[in-house]
Ligand binder design. Structure first.
Ligand SMILES: C[S@@+](CC[C@H](N)C(=O)[O-])C[C@H]1O[C@@H](n2cnc3c(N)ncnc32)[C@H](O)[C@@H]1O
Length: 310
């Protein structure tokens, strides 16, 4: 979609992609989703600057309340916010959450969604808790900067911990595909023979957290959807990854398989891919034709770690 705005047109905000028949979105709406590379940042939007906003509310409670609070803050006084979500992915809680933020809520239900419409309240004092609880922060329990909404935001993923425990010292130019908040990247960079590491993720919030977690001159960050080629990365010596297998909360095996294909594309001949996956995920069939050797290095009740050489 090409966005054309005349400078005097009042800005309308959009968060995510609500089903077209459930929310009316004016042409030229400004996208703020952190999961859509290139979008604007809602935190940076001036208070009281938007003429209206539509939010496809995310499923996590802290993340959803944070986004609703940010959206209300960015709206002009009395401007309308339409917030919607599938009933079983937070939709049934929207009304109560908006009331807690100080709004009078009009609610309708259509096509398994709850759709709430509110006007920005005159008093924004009710937003403080939601803004604080959803904000980026350092988590002392895991020693990492994180934020509600990013993958496994307040605990180390056991699959990633297993991969780190078995990762050899890598060397040369590499990438951490779907880097999240940078847990694998920190382990990769412990090897002094690593010359450069590209951290790639679709989630801008996760990449932001890596600025604290992985402050290393060898790092570059790429905000991208790895279903498409990321920038000009190529001929890498290694790729490390714990591929995603959920898209929008629904299991999507094709997404992880796309990561395997992307890793193969990015590696040079004899480059290696280290990958951890839940045991039930079908990656072998995708790895086999793309790599010369595929070796299962570790197998536990829950996970498999592979080393694949191109
Ligand atoms: C299983 S998590 C692994 C995160 C991190 N590497 C770790 O080990 O903790 C997968 C990551 O892939 C990212 N991701 C999901 N879909 C993506 C896509 N299409 N393109 C790029 N990254 C994606 C998610 O945001 C998430 O951070």
């Amino acid at each position: 979609m090409t966005i054309t705005r005349s400078p005097d047109m009042p800005a309308f905000g959009l968060y995510g992609l609500p089903p077209a028949d459930l929310a009316e979105i004016p042409a030229g709406a400004l996208q703020f989703s952190p999961l859509m590379p290139g979008s604007l940042t809602l935190e940076a939007q001036a208070e009281g600057s938007l003429a209206g906003m539509a939010v496809l509310a995310p499923p996590g409670t802290l993340e959803r309340r944070y986004v609703l609070a940010l959206a209300l803050k960015a709206l002009k006084p009395e401007a309308a916010l339409v917030a919607l979500a599938p009933k079983d992915k937070g939709g049934s809680r929207l009304r109560r959450e908006l009331e807690d933020l100080g709004c009078a809520v009009g609610e309708t239900a259509r096509r398994h969604h709850r759709i709430c419409e509110v006007a920005r309240p005159a008093n924004l004092d009710g937003l403080a808790t939601a803004l604080a609880e959803g904000a980026p922060r350092l988590l002392p329990e895991i020693g990492l900067q994180s934020q509600p909404g990013v993958f496994s935001w307040d605990r180390i993923d056991p699959g990633s911990a297993l991969l780190v425990a078995h990762l050899p010292n890598l060397a040369g130019r590499g990438a951490d595909l779907g880097c999240g908040i940078g847990f694998l990247s920190r382990a990769i960079l412990a090897s002094p023979a690593v010359q450069s590491l590209a951290l790639v993720d679709i989630d801008r919030r996760a990449l932001d957290a890596t600025r604290q977690n992985v402050a290393d001159a060898r790092v570059t960050r790429i905000w991208a959807d790895l279903r498409q080629p990321p920038g000009d990365l190529k001929a890498l010596d290694f790729v490390v990854m714990n591929p995603p297998f959920h898209d929008g909360g629904t299991e999507d095996k094709a997404l992880g398989q796309a990561f395997v294909r992307r890793a193969a594309d990015l590696l040079k001949p004899r480059g290696t891919c280290w990958l951890v996956a839940n045991r039930h995920l079908p990656y072998e069939a995708v790895l086999a034709p793309l790599f010369k050797t595929v070796t299962m290095r570790v197998e536990t009740g829950a996970y498999k770690v592979y080393e694949a050489q191109k």
